[in-house]
Every structure is written in C-alpha cells, then in structure tokens.
Design a protein around this ligand. Structure first.
Ligand code: PFF
Length: 465
C-alpha cells in the first residue's frame, strides 16, 4: 500500500498550523498568562518560541520527512529497534494530551451550543460548575472525539488536508473580526494594558516558575514533543526547506495566538472581570459571563466558541493521527480500524479525565508539559547524536542559502543547548510536581550530566542508513 502524501505544500502548512493553533492559544495561553504575571509571561514565551520552539519543531520535521514513517517506525527505521522507545514516548504523549484536550473540546462544543440559547447567561459560574466534570462532560468529550475520528478516518488528503484548509482561514477571519469588534468595547484598553505591559519586578521574583511554564507552553503551542509534527512531515513528498516551513508555521501560530489574546483580554476587562482566578475554568466562567451582558451576546458567543471549536478540532486531528499512523504502519490496520481503535482508547482515558478534576488537572497542568518535554529531549538527542550528519543533510535538503547558513548553529542548538535547557525545565518541573523544590544549580547539574550520559550512549549507535 502506498503511503499517503499531502496534495500541496500549502495544504501541509495549513494542516500544521491547524495543529499548532488550538486550545493552547485561546484557552491555555490566556490562563497561563494571567497566572504568571501578564506580559512578563508573554515576553518569555515569545523568546522561547524563537529559541527553543522553532529549532525543536524543525528537529521533529527532520525525523518525519527523513523516515517517512509514524513515530515508532521512524525511530526504528533510522536508528534500529533499540530506538523504538522514543516512538513509544511520542505515543504516550499524544494519548496524554488528547485525553484532556478532548474534555476541553467537549466543554467548548457545549458552550457553542448553549450560547445559542443563552443557557449560561444567568449564572455562568454555576453553569460551568454543573457541567465541567461528570456524566455530561463525558458525553460531550465523546462527541468531540467522534468529530475528530470522523475527519481522521477520511485520510490525510481527503480528511485532514481538506478540512484544515477550510478551518484555518476560517479561524483567522473570525478571530480578526472579533478582535476589531472588542476594540470598540468600553474598558478594552485595560485589557490591552494587562496583556502588553511588562512587570519586570514580577518577572524577577518569579523567574524560574515563569520560565518553566513558558517553556512548556512554547512546546505545547507548536505541537512538538508528541510526534504530531513528525507524523505530518512524514507525509511530505517533496524536497522543500524544512527550516522555512517550520519557521512559517511558528510565525503563523504565534500571530494567531497574539490575536487571540487581543480578543480575550479586552473582553474580560471590559466587563470588569480579572483573569487569573479559578484556573482552567476561569476563561469559561468569565468570558461566558461577559457574553451574557453584551448586546448580541448569543451571536458573539456562538462565533467565539465556534472559532475555538474549529481550532481545537484541527489540533485534536493531528494528535489522533499520531496514534492512527502508528496502527496503520506498524500493525497493518486499515485506516478505519486504526481510527476506531485509537478513538476507543481515548474514549476511555478521556472519560477518566472528564469524570475527575484531579486527573484532569494533573494531565493538563503538569504531566502534559513533562511528557512533551521528555519527548522533545529524546527526539533532539536522536537528531544530534544518532543521525548527526544525516540530520544536517535533511535540514539542508531543499533549503536555500540562508537555511544552509544556519544549519550549523541549528545543529549545535538541537544537539546540545536545547536538550540541556529542556532537561533543566524537566527536572525543575518534576520537582514541583513532587513538592520538592530543586535548587537551580542542582537542576542544572542533573540536566548536564543526564544529557551528557544519554548523548554518549546515543553517539555510539550509528544510524541505520
Ligand atoms: N498545539 C496545540 C494547541 O496549542 O492547542 C496542542 C497540541 C497539538 C499539543 C498537538 C501537542 C500536539 F502534538
């Protein structure tokens, strides 16, 4: 059976942007920004996208295109059987992320529908508290997952490419329209001020926490670490510059993310709601409350949650495709069987998250960051120390002069600097999950020694060409 490919380059770019733009931009980003001091977080996050996210994303694309396989097959193909575990980390990360992602997708679906009737207008807080976890949440999670399965089962070009080619421009147009409209609301200026003004004092006092949160978010928003971008790149037939594509994907994602912030923050402040209290639900409660007080609030609600729904769906598709491509390539399943199998698994794991706030919080807040970070560290060390010269060759394949100039700095970054940095955030993150504050010098030492040890082992494994 010949493997699927994208029909056009722009189709691939839009699918990848669809993967990147999602709840991470509209829900997780404002929530984390509010929790981590507003613009202080924004600045670090943007810096980390450039310094870590983009080179990391390109590192994933390199493995995907070079192998033309799903994550498990990719590492086996390029490094031999002993590297299959890296693919297994990707599968685990994909399952973890989609398990909570589709619960939030279910909330969004429900809010899109109930905006039309104004069901939550009278008491937004009570409404959210009544639907967030439990049987209803399980049902809407299942419905969201079903929509994801329906698209993915149609295939790479007829399902994923066709749908994201419509969804991504739709998201941009609707979000742009909303941004223009919220600018006319009284009090919007305060929202911009919170979002765009930098509190250096806050940043200085909480630097480490903000750094770890921002690093996790930079990976999450670019969909790296779970093999989604790897899988998408495996469907690339032509030799185009991965550096150019990766940069374009990141630029578009960041622009849409910033645009989402320009909608969300003014909207909150114009109604006197301050973001940052109440964790993951805050956005629903406060935004939903805002819609109730607005003229044409129902229409605004449907449009807003409709946009978020599209964004969530185009990301969920990419995560499901990781598992589906694995079942197709490695287990010889048909696409339909693979989609139903992966969908069935997620129906169960997501239902646990939909039933339990504790499980949900753990997955969404910390475990997701940790698995994505672990995944990306593994991928980059593989690029740097197993593929080595071949990774650079793949980076330069189809690339222009500029990309060839940055190929060496990119290589040094992904082989050494990024793994050490990511390992540092990983160790610090594990410390805070376990409630043991790990001092920075110790975290740095653990990161350096750990990365050096893994790199030394990897360097002794030659690639299977
Ligand atoms: N990038 C997506 C978002 O920001 O919502 C989330 C995501 C998609 C994370 C795919 C990981 C992934 F593999």
């Amino acid at each position: 059976m010949t493997r699927a490919t994208w029909r056009t380059r722009i189709g691939f770019i839009l699918a990848a942007v669809g993967s990147a733009v999602g709840l991470g931009n509209v829900w997780r980003f404002p929530w984390l920004t509010a929790e981590n001091g507003g613009a202080a977080f924004l600045v670090l996050y943007l810096a980390l996208i450039v310094a870590v996210g983009v080179p990391g994303l390109i590192g994933e694309l390199v493995i995907g295109r070079r192998s033309g396989r799903n994550p498990v097959g990719a590492f086996r193909e390029l490094g031999g059987d002993r590297f299959r575990f890296l693919g297994a980390i990707a599968l685990l990360a994909a399952a973890v992320v989609l398990s909570f992602y589709s619960v939030v997708g279910g909330w969004i679906l429900r809010y899109t529908l109930s905006s039309a009737t104004g069901a939550y207008f009278a008491a937004p807080g009570e409404y959210f508290a009544a639907i967030d976890y439990g049987l209803g949440a399980v049902a809407f999670h299942a419905a969201f997952l079903f929509a994801t399965v329906a698209v993915v089962h149609l295939g790479v070009d007829r399902g994923i490419e066709a749908s994201t080619t419509l969804m991504v421009p739709g998201i941009v147009v609707l979000l742009g329209g909303l941004a223009v409209w919220v600018a006319t609301l009284p009090g919007a200026a305060e929202g911009y001020a919170f979002y765009l003004s930098l509190d250096v004092g806050y940043l200085r006092e909480n630097f480490l926490d903000v750094l770890v949160a921002a690093a996790g978010q930079a990976l999450f928003t670019l969909s790296v670490g779970a093999g989604a971008m790897l899988t998408y790149a495996s469907y690339l037939g032509e030799d185009r510059s991965l550096a150019a594509d990766g940069t374009l994907i990141a630029v578009l994602n960041t622009a849409i993310g910033v645009l989402a912030g320009l909608v969300v923050f003014p909207l909150l402040f114009s109604l006197g709601v301050s973001p940052g209290q109440g964790g993951p639900g805050a956005l629903f409660v406060s935004l939903a409350g805002a819609f109730g007080d607005l003229p044409y609030g129902r229409i605004v609600g449907v449009v807003f949650f409709g946009v978020v729904l599209l964004a969530a769906l185009s990301s969920a598709i990419s995560i499901l495709e990781v598992l589906v491509s694995y079942l197709i390539d490695e287990h010889g399943r048909s696409r339909l069987q693979a989609t139903l199998g992966a969908g069935g698994l997620l129906l169960v794991t997501g239902s646990v998250a939909a039933a339990s706030p504790a499980v949900f919080g753990l997955l969404a807040d910390t475990i997701a960051n940790l698995v994505l970070t672990a995944g990306l560290i593994g991928f980059l060390l593989f690029d740097g120390w197993v593929l080595g010269r071949l990774a650079r060759e793949e980076f330069e394949r189809g690339a222009g002069r500029l990309a060839r100039l940055v190929s060496l700095p990119w290589y040094v970054a992904i082989a050494v600097a990024l793994p050490v940095f990511l390992a540092f955030t990983f160790v610090t993150g594990v410390g805070s999950v376990l409630g043991i504050p790990i001092s920075s010098p110790i975290a740095v030492a653990v990161a350096v020694v750990g990365v050096a040890a893994v790199a030394a082992v990897f360097a002794r494994c030659s690639p299977s060409e």
